[in-house]
Design a protein. Structure first.
Length: 231
């Protein structure tokens, strides 16, 4: 079987494509089918920018359903996703760009451009149904360390790493398709991007997707939820 993490995630959605996947605080609920289509559109838009399997894509954008679809689009294309903290300064971003040598840098401005930005290009693109063939040891993402003992270093995470982690947590935490997660974490680090999203997507559950941590909003949503991941 294709070892691409996205292939495994989408396979887990079989029979649930019209069920809700992401429910943002504002805006329409995305079904698994809609999320899959949007990920395909981002993959097409990325390819139009010259991104191929194995290329690195550095991303510094605000949390949104579109940012999730951008990440999934990178997986589908076989590109390597490199998220950056949205609070990094231009000088810090410059270091990461020099170190990662990406094919493409997606900034908040590029993502938000109403006519020429990547979001607009993705919405105008056709959704290619192809999922790139990847080996388990192929790199899916690079996350930079906090740099407490020197310059930040890129930690390379393979499709096999991320799939094994998600499958193990789904089993140990008994996450099911009936679960509903309150997602209030950033998506530029391991827990918000991988632990929270991968487990619920792999289980076919529903995610109440908040742009940031808001205690009052979370308290109001708790009666609807069965999972909350936070600090």
């Amino acid at each position: 079987m294709n070892a691409n993490l996205y292939a495994h995630i989408r396979n887990a959605w079989a029979g649930r494509m019209e069920e809700p996947a992401l429910e943002p605080a504002e805006g329409a609920v995305l079904s698994f089918a809609a999320l899959d289509r949007l990920a395909g559109q981002f993959a097409t838009a990325l390819a139009a920018h010259g991104v191929n399997a194995g290329d690195r894509v550095v991303v510094q954008v605000e949390k949104s359903p579109g940012a999730v679809a951008l990440y999934l689009g990178c997986l589908r294309l076989g590109a390597i996703f490199v998220p950056l903290n949205t609070s990094y300064t231009d000088a810090e971003v410059g270091y990461f760009l020099d170190d990662a040598e990406p094919r493409l840098f997606v900034s908040a401005a590029m993502m938000a451009g109403p006519e020429t930005g990547l979001w607009a290009q993705a919405l105008a693109a056709g959704a290619d149904d192809v999922v790139a063939e990847r080996e388990a040891d192929d790199i899916a993402a690079i996350l930079y360390t906090s740099g407490t003992t020197g310059r930040s270093k890129g930690a390379m995470l393979s499709h096999g790493n991320l799939l094994s982690n998600a499958q193990t947590l789904v089993r140990l935490w008994d996450i099911r398709a009936t679960d509903v997660l309150i997602h209030a974490l950033p998506i530029f680090h391991v827990h918000g991007l991988f632990v929270a999203l991968h487990t619920v997507l792999l289980a076919g559950g529903r995610t109440l997707f908040l742009p940031k941590f808001d205690a009052a909003q979370i308290l109001a949503l708790l009666p609807r939820a069965s999972l909350l991941m936070g600090v």
